[in-house]
Write a protein that binds this ligand. Structure first.
Ligand code: ASP
Length: 366
């Protein structure tokens, strides 16, 4: 049994302590009472974002996020009560640029509790789109269940002529309630597409078609009448990492590479006590000689160094232009910098800091 498998097994047996009764959200109250008892039970957990926003008349594209609470959101979607028996709870009410460890842990614990106590067949999380990919990836790495957990957002707030929230929420509930979603775990539904957490990324700042999964494509499609998966249900065992028992995830910094780069930002991260550094490298995770020398200094101090890329698609491979074996670096493969950061945080929190073991974990999370 290698170290990473040991974490998986330990994680499975320690599930009760990692997700103990710390859920502080309000008790569920029905958003719709009209669904027959035989319908799938879907729990909507609202966190904020544009999907809960309303247009601001003072500016053409301005809006105030977080105006509409989870239960109201559900009630505002015509026909949604025919898909499932739906309860809604408010976990937070933030723009997802303010998503943080505290809300993540609360969300993870509430989902685990709902599944462990058989309160729901599937979960829908309403979320801002800026960091929806990070929350999806975080949850996929810590949840001990493969029941469907569907994150959904919108690019336009309620009250605008092209508001996309109601249809996205309808389709998210449709996917979470579908028998075809069993065993698929965490997914993201946006604009008629179903994405997997490892691959989804935001590729447009404002367009309704904002998301893509560049290295793999979508896992399915949804419209108000049908759910169609084009990828099989994942069969490989999924590694599960524990949340830290006390306090937030360890600090891991992302440093963005560019032409004419020196090592100062990396040296600052070292001096500030980062436990890991992810370089959003150029091309295949490259960086200037000065930046690489600073990363060598980080490795010497026991800091985990991961080479990711600022390029939107492709893999960062080991030992191409940079001698990772010699320097003690890890490559992120297809994980973008923000997801590489999260995985490094979770690994460090679980005591995995050896470069070879971190590399093994990066290679084995899909
Ligand atoms: N800033 C918003 C958020 O991420 C944008 C959105 O939801 O589309 O919460």
């Amino acid at each position: 049994m290698n170290m990473y498998t040991a974490i998986l097994v330990a994680g499975l047996v320690a599930s009760a302590s990692a997700f103990s009764a710390d859920a502080t959200s309000q008790p569920a109250s029905p958003a719709s009472a009209s669904a027959p008892a035989t319908m799938p039970r879907i729990l909507v957990l609202a966190t904020g974002g544009t999907i809960s926003g309303t247009a601001d008349p003072r500016s053409a594209i301005g809006y105030n996020s977080g105006n509409v609470k989870g239960q109201e959101l559900v009630r505002g979607v015509p026909g949604i009560e025919k898909l499932a028996s739906i309860d809604a709870e408010q976990i937070s009410n933030v723009g997802s640029q303010d998503m943080n460890d505290k809300i993540w842990f609360q969300l993870a614990r509430r989902i685990q509790e709902a599944f462990d106590k058989n309160e729901a067949d599937g979960i829908v999380i309403t979320h801002g789109t800026d960091t929806i990919e990070e929350t999806a990836f975080f949850l996929q790495n810590v949840l001990r269940s493969n029941k469907p957990v569907v994150l959904v957002g919108s690019m336009r707030p309620g009250g605008t002529t092209s508001a996309d929230g109601p249809n996205n929420l309808y389709e998210a509930v449709e996917v979470a309630a579908s028998a075809q979603s069993r065993g698929r775990g965490v997914m993201v539904v946006m604009n008629d597409q179903i994405h997997a957490p490892r691959w989804i990324t935001k590729t447009n700042t404002t367009a309704v078609q904002a998301f893509a999964s560049p290295n793999a494509g979508v896992v399915g499609y949804v419209d108000p009448a049908s759910v169609r998966f084009v990828a099989p249900v994942p069969q490989a065992p999924r590694e599960v990492l524990n949340l830290p028992a006390d306090g937030p995830l360890p600090r891991v910094d992302i440093v963005y590479a560019h032409a004419n780069m020196d090592g100062r930002q990396i040296d600052h991260a070292i001096a500030d006590g980062a436990k890991g550094i992810v370089i959003a490298g150029e091309g295949d995770g490259d960086a200037s000689k000065d930046a690489l020398a600073a990363l060598d200094r980080a490795v010497k101090k026991g800091i985990v160094v991961v080479r990711s890329t600022r390029v939107v698609s492709g893999f960062v491979n080991r030992n191409v232009e940079v001698d990772d074996d010699k320097r003690g670096f890890v490559v992120s493969l297809d994980l973008n910098p923000q997801k590489a950061r999260l995985l490094t945080q979770l690994l460090v929190a679980n005591g995995v800091t050896d470069a070879a073991k971190v590399q093994q974990a990066f290679s084995g999370t899909w």
